[in-house]
Design a protein around this ligand. Structure first.
Ligand SMILES: [Zn+2]
Length: 421
């Protein structure tokens, strides 16, 4: 194969374009994401890889010359996107994996290896990020995952069944986890760290702890014309004040990032006072106890602001992932092997973070000249994409020859654990 990363990404450049927002909207199990899955399956099959979709909807493309899938060096990423996302978040890791496998084949590197495509990494359709890897590791129960709903009210169980998966079979996959002797995810950098360092490829040190909460503010739905201002219990007003309060509370906490990126008023009519508004909150901080206390303060503020407007507020944790420090020995080895590649942290979550407590795991980043992600301006220059794929091939070759030791699962799950499950 003589594919390049840029050439592969060109093939899917028209799939899932979002005419309203710009960029791409490729939610899990949408037509666009299914088209991308077929695109990947075709490329994997053409390379002679054995392609299977497991009971959680994760696609695995295997190179297993001995017939055994044990002791596999695995790479992978995702094909779903945020609404109006960029071209590289997810697909860059998949395209790079295909090119890296070509290079490993050309070098005659043996051993078992696989490319994994995880579903609902962004959580943009069902609210919980890294759903595929959380299901596989047991960081979310199948019962809770299957009951998650999208904005059309469809449950994950319904959508998965329509996509040919059997919801009854979803859940932890200890065999898949045990088969992996290492997992390496390549991803476009979602910041300017490599730009500032003038380097095309880096190795991740850590993933900032992060979580999502839904603050549901209940008021009273009514007519926009006949309801006097004094008589209203309008949850949108409380939501508006809450968004500003979230910003102010996070600004007062060094290192914290808090965002309201999504509001869902019900019923959502111009001439209707909403009956409820769901305010979706994303909070991140390196210290998990700070995240917890900041969210608690936001919850108290939400309750007060709701009361001011004659409403009530409830706060529900949708997902929580503690700060992940990737294995220091593994990242040092990779960095040295990749020409002293710089090591840098990220504020973005990834399937690699969920897997890190169970499997020796590392991440590679490629330079993003704009530093922008989750938006159409996200970028990876062609030369950097090829450098990333070559680095991924080098890393997988290193791990195939000299696998890292398997980490011991931590006493408390800080790698994608969901306290609610
Ligand atoms: Zn991603």
């Amino acid at each position: 194969m003589t594919d390049t990363v840029a050439g592969l990404l060109d093939e899917i450049a028209d799939i899932g374009r979002d005419p309203a927002r710009g960029g791409y909207s490729r939610p899990v199990h949408s037509d666009a994401e299914h088209t991308l899955r077929e695109w990947f399956r075709g490329h994997a099959a053409r390379r002679g890889l054995d392609v299977r979709t497991d009971h959680n909807g994760t696609i695995w493309a295997w190179h297993a010359p001995s017939g055994s899938r044990d002791g596999a060096a695995v790479t992978g990423s995702h094909l779903d996107s945020v609404p109006g996302g960029g071209a590289y978040d997810g697909p860059l890791g998949i395209a790079s994996a295909l090119v890296a496998f070509d290079q490993l084949a050309a070098r005659g590197v043996g051993g078992t290896r696989a490319i994994a495509v995880f579903g609902e990494e962004e959580g943009s359709r069902f609210g919980v990020a890294c759903l595929g890897s959380r299901l596989a590791t047991g960081a979310i129960t199948p019962e809770r995952a299957l009951a998650l709903k999208d904005t059309d009210g469809l449950t994950y169980a319904e959508v998965a069944a329509r996509s040919g998966l059997d919801p009854e079979r979803m859940g932890p996959d200890p065999d898949a986890i045990a088969r992996m002797k290492a997992f390496v995810e390549l991803h476009v950098e979602q910041g300017r760290g490599l730009v500032d360092l003038g380097r095309p490829v880096g190795v991740a040190t850590s993933i900032l702890g992060h979580g999502r909460w839904r603050i549901s503010i209940q008021g009273e739905g009514n007519h926009a014309g006949t309801t006097l201002m004094a008589d209203r219990r309008d949850p949108m007003v409380a939501a508006g004040r809450l968004i500003a309060a979230v910003r102010d509370l996070a600004r007062a906490e060094p290192g914290a990032r808090a965002t309201v990126g999504r509001l869902q008023p019900v019923p959502g009519g111009t001439n209707v006072i909403a009956s409820t508004v769901d305010v979706w909150l994303d909070v991140r901080h390196p210290d998990d106890t700070v995240t917890a206390s900041l969210v608690a303060r936001i919850g108290e503020e939400a309750a007060e602001l709701a009361t001011d407007e004659g409403c009530t507020a409830t706060l529900t944790e949708e997902s929580l992932s503690g700060t992940v420090d990737f294995d220091a020995a593994l990242r040092d080895r990779l960095s040295a092997h990749l020409g002293d590649a710089p090591q840098l942290p990220t504020g973005a979550g990834h399937d690699a973070g969920v897997l890190a407590g169970r499997v020796p795991t590392a991440m590679l980043f490629t330079r993003n000249p704009t530093g922008v992600s989750h938006a159409p301006e996200e970028l990876c220059e062609d030369a950097d994409a090829e450098a990333g794929a070559a680095a991924l091939a080098d890393g997988l070759e290193l791990l195939a020859a000299d696998p890292p030791t398997v980490p011991t699962a931590p006493d408390t799950d800080t790698t994608g654990g969901c306290p609610l499950v």
